[in-house]
Design a protein around this ligand. Sequence first.
Ligand code: ZN
Length: 323
Amino acid sequence: MPTSSFSGDLRAGVHGRFAARAHRDDSDAQKLNDQVMRMLDLATSRHPEFEQDCLSDPWRIAEHWREEVRIERVGSITEQVLNRFGSVVDDDGSGVIGLFSAARSRRWRHRIQVQFKGEYDARSNFTLMHEIGHYLQQTDDELATVLSGIGSQNGDHNLEETACNRFASLALLPDSYVTGILQGHPVDAIAVNRLFDRGRSSSLRSVRVSRPVVARRMADFLQCPGTVTLLQGGRRGDRRVEEARFDECRINVRTHAGGMAEYEGDLTDLERDMLERLRKGEGKPQSHEFTKPDGTRVRASIAESRGRYLSYFIVIKEEPPRS
Ligand SMILES: [Zn+2]
């Protein structure tokens, strides 16, 4: 795969995403987009194998970038270290952390530590890429200037963190990879589930990306207003949980086309309806289409994702009537 396809594809995808969005925070979105594109360009220009590493085994980056940054997996990152450097990533609220510490002088190397318990590669992959995002933004003059050029300190920090998450998402799930799995089909819950499952097949285990990251990223590929929702319930196999499986589902993330994400709140009536259809269908994926009085065509789908915990992807798309 030519190196240029990486940033080229991503550029098209991200510009498209933000172009479709008409919010008053357009300039913030543009700033974020520009920052992330520069990060990807920088990573690819310094390390032409970056794209391939991301898609095969992100931990190869530790070897390929070793001259400039020391990257290591550690059993735990102590609070003492965290208090001193204080860069934490927690991609889905489960307390997984990583740390970037800039070299204090030329005699030292920059350092990235990723907490790794050896059981869930998706989290450590994302954390690694997030911390590489900090490394790039804090050590490249152009990227650092963007951060320091923003008025409030809070603004800097938010942009830096958001850019790290977006960089990790695009590096692990580039447009070319996602469209290759979609194979021209529109996004629905089965496709979202397939993308998640692809990452955990044994041969490609290392590019596994967590469900919340997949759900957030797939909203980039909705071609009309809509949402990609990840619902999560209790641990599978617990009888009480199995019996109450549909009642106890909570929103993990609901991402709207355009990028806005919600992490809490009630299920919508249509999301509840889709869960009920799945229950009646004995857990098989379901789809449902109808037309609203105003002519909007609604296409909803749900698929259960296998795992230790009950998880469901729901995709809802609302195609406006053709005028
Ligand atoms: Zn961070």
